[in-house]
Design a protein around this ligand. Structure first.
Ligand code: KG4
Length: 339
């Protein structure tokens, strides 16, 4: 069947068509309109601007997604839309657009949880991948471990208690002059420094929990940078070591909890997804963790790590198969209401 997926939870507007039939899962189109250049001016996403920008492009990218898939709306069997979590005004754009399109064309509508969709993106890359599995969704807004029991049953088993790993990269990246969002630039810079140069605190919460906390690490990095600034006007020579040591703290903290999650659940399939899943240091560390636990690591292809409509369509397929249908009264939620 053909699923048209919509995503507008943050600063990417996306429409995509996925064909799915059992484990045959193919992306036919995945059009993404990014607002990064707009929000760069402010060093972060401005919600009101994001909503307006989604409205401007959503009709055209829908047409483009259908054209690229060689289909018309009449060929679509199901419409899937991210309904939570995210920026409320931004979410409402795709939710309302999807509801109208579904109503006007009598197409079933399903609501999708954005974080679940990040995991589903990985199904499109590996034909053999299926639950049960352990998923780590790590992005600008989330760092969460899930025990995925079946395609629509996600049990949250731990994650960050405050900021997400992506937010932690973006914040410190900005302070050391990297462009917004800083994750990719920090990744590169970290390869040029010494990861043992500075001892930053681990974000892994001590004990038998899968929880993490990035706020202390962020404060330690800010204090380190500020004390360097007091000693010298130009501290740019220190940036490679700061990036390398900071990245090592983030990655080692996550890897420690990933190791514990595999041991606690006994799961043998590990999915790494979300924007920060593109991080080369994290990919390498989790490869080692999975190897030592006899688990297989399924990483989202870098092109599907960020927000996209294909992941929403993919998760929508499974919601549809499970009999879930969204009413025309569907609302969006900034927090997670679809468990
Ligand atoms: O999944 P995503 O596109 O949006 C959210 O739902 O948050 O993730 C965006 C986040 C940003 O914080 C960005 O800096 C981070 O992913 N990111 C990276 C890398 N590429 C993107 N973080 C670390 N290393 C990367 N290579």
């Amino acid at each position: 069947m053909y699923i048209l997926g919509f995503e507008s939870s943050c600063d990417e507007t996306s429409a995509a068509v996925v064909f799915a039939d059992g484990n045959q899962r193919r992306i036919l189109s995945d059009v993404i309109a990014s607002q990064v250049e707009t929000h760069k001016l402010y060093g972060g996403v401005v919600p009101e601007i994001a909503s307006r920008a989604h409205i401007e492009v959503i009709s055209n990218i829908t047409k483009q997604a259908l054209d690229e898939a060689g289909l018309t709306v009449k060929d679509i069997d199901c419409i899937a839309v991210t309904a939570c979590p995210g920026l409320i005004g931004a979410l409402l754009v795709a939710v309302n657009f999807a509801k109208s399109l579904a109503y006007a064309n009598s197409i079933p509508l399903v609501a999708v949880n954005h974080i679940h969709a990040h995991t589903a993106a990985v199904y499109t890359a590996y034909e053999s991948l299926e639950p049960p599995l352990l998923s780590l969704a790590v992005s600008g807004g989330n760092t969460s471990f899930y025990h995925v029991k079946d395609y629509v049953t996600y049990e949250y088993i731990g994650g960050t208690r405050d900021d997400a790993a992506g937010e932690a990269f973006d914040k410190i990246g900005r302070v050391i002059g990297l462009p917004y969002p800083s994750g990719a630039a920090m990744d590169k810079l970290a390869h040029t420094g010494d990861k043992n140069a500075i001892k930053f605190p681990s974000p892994a919460i001590v004990g038998d929990t899968l929880d993490l906390s990035f706020s202390g690490l962020k404060t330690a990095a800010l204090n380190h940078i500020n004390s360097l600034k007091q000693k010298s006007d130009d501290i740019s020579a220190h940036y490679p070591n700061i990036a390398a040591s900071y990245t090592a703290a983030v990655v080692e903290g996550i890897a420690k909890k990933a190791d514990l999650a595999l041991k606690k659940t006994g799961l043998k399939s590990f999915v790494l997804c979300g924007g920060v899943a593109a991080n080369s240091h994290l990919r390498a560390a989790l490869t080692d963790v999975c190897k030592s636990n006899g688990a297989t690591l399924y990483m989202a292809p870098v092109s599907l790590c960020g927000d996209n409509g294909a992941m929403v369509a993919m998760q929508g397929y499974y919601e549809f198969l499970a009999g879930k249908r969204a009413p025309l009264s569907l609302n969006a939620s900034a927090t997670q209401f679809i468990q």
